[in-house]
Design a protein around this ligand. Sequence first.
Ligand SMILES: [Zn+2]
Length: 118
Amino acid sequence: MNEILPPCPECSGTFAYEMGALLVCPECGHEWSAAASQTLDSGSGEKVIKDSVGNVLADGDTVTVVKTLKVKGSPAGIKAGTKVRNIRLVDGVDGHDIDCKVDGFGPMQLKSSVVKKA
Ligand SMILES: [Zn+2]
């Protein structure tokens, strides 16, 4: 539990703390995935997007949500285990790098850190 966490990629603050699969910077409020911050492909400069267990994701993949996600306007949210088909990888805001359509919820963006390749 005492591992040293990387500094905030936004403000280089060193007080980041873990919140689930994410790191949170209390200084600027930035949230990012510790895993995702290490997946930059230096060869092409293109970002490799990996799921919560390290599988590389691609457009058209089917993934499973690994933890219940809060959704505005939905009391239950998206339950862990929900299957999401035909994802599209995007360069989204705030680490939301998957564009998809969730059954019963419609189009939305998810973070790759909360899904697992199905
Ligand atoms: Zn910060």
